[in-house]
Design a protein around this ligand. Structure first.
Ligand code: ADP
Ligand code: ASP
Ligand code: MG
Length: 405
C-alpha cells in the first residue's frame, strides 16, 4: 500500500536535543508505517547556526563567505546523520545525504545561493529501495564543487524545492508553533492561528519579518504551486495550509502583523539635487548584491536633499562602504547609520477592498505615542519604521486595533 510521497521538514527547535531527535524519528516512522514514502529535511540542532556564526565572528570580523558556508553546512550534516541513527534505532531503514550528494546545484552566491537545478537521483534510488531519505537542509553545491548555503531559514527552501522536484503529495513544515499566526505568538500571546493563508500573504509576512517560513521558500512554492502545511512537531494539531487561495468566508482588512528588527537605516546627507544621483547610489549598491528596502528622499529647498534607505543588518558594513564612496564621488555630505530601528507591518489582501486601513494603522501608533520615521506600502501591506524599543508594543497595538485576537 503506497500512499504517496511526503516531504517533511523539521526545524532547529524540533531537533534541538537527543530527546527531540528521537521524537522526530518516531513521528517519521509513524508515517512510514501508514504506507508513505518519506523524504525528511532537517535543520541544524537548536541554535547551532547562530553559535557557528558567533564563533566565526570571534575569529574574523568579516569572514570569507565561502568559508562561512563550509562552516554553517556542518550543522545540518550533523543533524541529518543523527536523525538517520535515531530511525535505525527504531528498526527502520534510513539514509542521510548532504545537499551536494542529492544534487542540489546552486549558483556561487555564498551565504545566499540560489538553486539552479536539483537532480535528486540518489533520493529516487533510495526511496525505491524502501528507505527513509534524510536530507541536510539549507545547503547546496556549486558546479565547481564548493558548498553553499541558501540563506537563513533555508531548510524550508530545501523542503519546498524537493517537494516540487519529486512531485510529492504533501509538503509539511514542522516547527515549534502550531502554524502561522496573526502575529508572532512570542510577542502577542493573543495571536490566533490561521487555518489557511495565500502564497501572496505568506510571502509578504515572511519578507516583512514572520520568520516562521523563509520568504524564498514561499516564492518557489507559489511558482510551482506546492501546497505547504505548517504545523507543530510537538503535537498532532492541524496547522496552517499555505496555497493559492485561502478558504475564508469574508476577507478581513488584514491577516497579520509582523515585526522585523534586522534592518538598519543609512542616510546620505546633503545630496546634490540633480538628476542621476539616486540612480548612481542605488546601482552601485545593487551591483554589490545588496537588497535595498525602503527609500525616502526628503524635499529640499536648498537644492540639496537627504536620502535614507534601509538594508539588512548583515549587509550594513558593505552597504556603508559603497555608499560612502559614491557620496564622495557625487559631492554629497556625511553618511550616517542607524541601527536603532524596527519595521512594523500589517499584511492582508483584504486591504485592497477595505478603505482607511493606513489611517487606522497610523492612529494606533499615534495613540501609543510611537513616532513613525518612514512609511512604505505595497498592494497588500503597509510598513512603518519606528524606534526599535517600541517594536513589540506596536505589534500588540496593531493587533488590537484590527481586532485580530
Ligand atoms: P524552525 O526552527 O522550526 O525553522 P523558526 O524559529 O524559524 O522555526 O520559526 C518559528 C518561529 O517563528 C516561532 O517560534 C515564532 O516565534 C516565530 N514567528 C514569527 N512570526 C510568526 C507568525 N506570524 N506565526 C507563527 N510564528 C511566528
Ligand atoms: N540552520 C539554518 C538557519 O538557522 C537553516 C534553517 O534552520 O532553516 O538559518
Ligand atoms: Mg525557520
Amino acid at each position: 500500500m503506497n500512499k504517496g510521497l511526503v516531504v517533511q521538514k523539521y526545524g532547529g527547535s524540533s531537533v534541538a536535543n537527543v530527546r527531540r531527535i528521537l521524537n522526530v524519528a518516531k513521528r517519521v516512522v509513524e508515517y512510514k508505517k501508514k504506507g508513505y514514502n518519506l523524504v525528511v529535511v532537517v535543520s541544524a540542532l537548536g541554535d547551532t547556526t547562530d553559535e557557528l556564526i558567533s564563533l566565526a565572528e570571534q575569529i574574523h570580523k568579516n569572514p570569507s563567505e565561502r568559508e562561512m558556508d563550509m562552516l554553517l553546512s556542518t550543522g545540518e550534516q550533523a543533524s541529518s546523520a543523527l536523525l538517520a541513527m535515531a530511525i535505525h534505532k527504531l528498526g527502520y531503514d534510513a539514509i542521510s545525504f548532504t545537499g551536494a550528494q542529492v544534487g542540489i546545484i546552486t549558483d556561487e552566491q555564498f551565504t545566499k545561493a540560489k538553486i539552479v537545478k536539483i537532480s535528486a537521483d540518489k533520493i529516487r534510488e533510495e526511496l525505491k529501495r524502501g528507505k527513509i531519505v534524510i536530507v541536510a537542509g539549507f545547503q547546496g553545491v556549486t558546479p565547481n564543487h564548493d558548498i553553499t548555503t541558501l540563506g537563513r531559514g533555508g531548510s524550508d527552501l530545501t523542503a519546498v524545492a524537493l517537494a516540487k522536484t519529486l512531485n510529492a503529495d504533501m509538503c509539511e513544515i514542522y516547527t515549534d508553533v502550531d502554524g502561522v499566526y496573526t502575529a508572532d505568538p512570542r510577542i502577542e500571546p493573543k495571536a490566533k492561528k490561521l487555518s489557511s493563508i495565500t502564497y501572496d500573504e505568506m510571502l509578504e509576512m515572511a519578507s516583512l519579518g514572520a520568520q516562521v517560513m523563509q520568504a524564498r521558500s514561499i516564492e518557489v512554492a507559489k511558482k510551482f504551486n506546492v501546497t505547504i502545511h505548517v504545523r507543530s512537531s510537538f503535537n498532532k494539531n492541524e496547522g496552517t495550509i499555505i496555497s493559492k487561495e485561502a478558504k475564508r468566508m469574508e476577507e478581513f482588512a488584514i491577516s497579520g502583523v509582523t515585526l522585523n528588527k534586522n534592518e538598519a537605516k543609512i542616510t546620505v546627507c546633503n545630496v546634490p539635487d540633480r538628476p542621476g544621483v539616486a540612480a548612481r547610489i542605488f546601482s552601485k549598491i545593487s551591483e554589490g548584491g545588496i537588497n535595498v528596502d525602503m527609500i525616502v528622499q526628503n524635499v529640499s529647498h536648498t537644492r540639496q536633499t537627504d536620502i535614507s534607505f534601509t538594508v539588512n543588518k548583515s549587509d550594513l558594513t558593505r552597504a556603508l562602504k559603497i555608499t560612502q564612496s559614491v557620496a564622495k564621488e557625487v559631492g554629497a555630505g556625511e553618511v550616517m547609520e542607524d541601527l536603532d530601528i524596527a519595521r512594523v507591518s500589517i499584511v492582508g489582501v483584504g486591504m485592497k477592498t477595505h478603505p482607511g486601513v493606513a489611517a487606522r494603522m497610523f492612529s494606533a501608533l499615534a495613540q501609543n505615542n510611537i513616532n513613525i520615521e518612514m512609511i512604505s506600502t505595497s498592494e497588500i501591506s503597509i510598513s512603518c519604521i519606528i524606534k526599535k524599543r517600541f517594536g513589540e508594543k506596536a505589534v500588540r497595538a496593531l493587533h488590537r486595533k484590527f481586532n485580530l485576537g
